[in-house]
Write a protein that binds this ligand. Structure first.
Ligand code: CP
Ligand code: NVA
Length: 318
C-alpha cells in the first residue's frame, strides 16, 4: 500500500540529480523509504515489481549500490539484470549511448547507471523512455544522500535547521549531492575543504538561493573549527574512483582534514553523529576510533541505501 499522497507526478521520472525534484517530492521519497523499511522489519513480503525488469549498468565498482538495487528489485518479484562494461556495448566503437538507450528502453522497465560522465546518465534518460537512476557519476550520487538524510532523521527526528558538515574532498560527487539535498530540505550545510578542492562555484551559486528559500545556509570553509555545533560530520574517501593516479597528492592535501575523535569533539555536541557513504579507509579519511565508535551511524546508513532505493523505484516505475 502506497502512502496517502499519490505519486502521479513521480511516475516515469528519472533521478539524475536532486536539482530536478521539489522539497515536497524529496519528502515523499523519505516517507516512502520509512514505510518500506518498516515493512521489511515486520517481515512483510510484497511483489510490487512482478513482471518488471531493471537493467543495472556499471562502469565502476560497487558493493552497496549494486546490492541495494539488485536485492530490493528482486525481492519484490522483479528481474534485475547486471551488465558490466565487459558485457554490454555502451558507447563503445560499435554502439552509441543513444542507441543502447533506445534498445534498453524497449526491454526494461527502468535502468540504473553507475559510471563516469553525468552526460551518459542524461543520454540514457533522454533516449530510453524509461526511468533512469544515477547510481553515481563523477558529478552526483543522489541515491546515496537520500539514505544519508533518512539516517539523520532516524537519529534526530526532523533535519530541518540542523547542521551537517562535510569534511574532506569538497568537490566530489557525494559533497555536491549533499549540498543539493540540504539546500532543498532546509538543512544547514558546510563543506570544510582546502581551497583547491572547493565545490564547483556554478553549483554553489545554484544551491545558495534554494537554501535561502528553504531557510538554511550553504557555507564553504578551509577551517575545521567550523564543525562547531554540527549535528553530523560526514566524510568520504579522499580519492574517488577514477582519480587513483593523484592519490599521493590528495593524501598530503587532506591529512589535516581527517575525521578523528578530536574533530568530533570540536563540534561541542556529544550527540553529533558520524556519517560516511563507504567504502572508508581507516587511518585516512576517518580514524578507526570514530568509524567504529559509538557516534558512528555508518551501518544504519548503508542499510538505508536499500530502503531508499526501493522507495525511489516504487515511486517512479510505472
Ligand atoms: N556508497 C556507495 O555507493 O557504495 P558502493 O560504491 O559500494 O556502491
Ligand atoms: N566519492 C566516492 C564515492 C564512493 C561511493 C567515489 O566516487 O569513488
Amino acid at each position: 500500500m502506497m502512502l496517502a499522497m499519490e505519486t502521479k507526478t513521480l511516475k516515469g521520472r528519472s533521478l539524475l540529480t536532486w536539482l530536478d525534484y521539489s522539497s515536497e517530492e524529496i519528502r515523499y521519497f523519505l516517507d516512502l523509504s520509512k514505510q518500506v523499511k518498516a515493512e521489511k522489519q515486520h517481515g512483510e513480503i510484497h511483489q510490487r515489481f512482478a513482471g518488471k525488469t531493471l537493467a543495472m549498468l556499471f562502469e565502476k565498482r560497487s558493493t552497496r549500490t549494486r546490492s541495494s538495487f539488485e536485492t530490493s528489485f528482486g525481492e519484490e518479484g522483479g528481474h534485475p539484470v547486471f551488465l558490466s562494461m565487459a558485457d554490454i556495448h555502451l558507447g563503445g566503437t560499435k554502439e552509441t549511448i543513444e542507441d543502447s538507450a533506445r534498445v534498453l528502453g524497449r526491454m526494461y522497465s527502468a535502468i540504473e547507471f553507475r559510471g563516469f560522465k553525468q552526460s551518459t546518465v542524461e543520454a540514457l534518460a533522454k533516449y530510453s523512455g524509461v526511468p533512469v537512476y544515477n547510481g553515481l557519476t563523477d558529478d552526483f550520487h543522489p541515491t546515496q544522500v537520500l539514505a544519508d538524510i533518512l539516517t539523520m532523521e532516524e537519529n534526530f527526528g526532523s533535519c530541518t535547521g540542523q547542521k551537517l558538515c562535510f569534511v574532506g574532498d569538497g568537490r566530489n560527487n557525494v559533497a555536491r549531492s549533499l549540498m543539493v539535498i540540504c539546500a532543498k530540505l532546509g538543512i544547514n550545510f558546510t563543506i570544510i575543504t582546502p581551497p583547491s578542492l572547493n565545490p564547483d562555484p556554478v553549483l554553489v551559486k545554484i544551491c545558495k538561493p534554494i537554501a535561502t528559500e528553504s531557510g538554511s545556509k550553504i557555507e564553504i570553509s578551509v577551517d575545521t573549527g567550523e564543525v562547531k555545533g554540527a549535528n553530523a560530520l560526514y566524510t568520504d574517501v579522499w580519492v574517488s574512483m577514477g582519480e587513483e593516479s593523484i592519490r599521493e597528492e590528495r593524501i598530503k592535501l587532506l591529512t589535516p582534514y581527517q575525521v578523528n575523535q578530536s574533530l568530533m569533539d570540536k563540534t561541542g555536541r556529544k550527540d553529533c553523529i558520524f556519517l560516511h557513504c563507504l567504502p572508508a579507509i581507516r587511518g585516512e579519511d576517518v580514524s578507526a576510533e570514530v568509524i567504529d565508535g559509538k557516534q558512528s551511524r555508518v551501518w544504519d546508513e548503508a542499510e538505508n541505501r536499500k530502503h531508499t532505493i526501493k522507495a525511489i523505484m516504487l515511486a517512479t516505475i510505472t
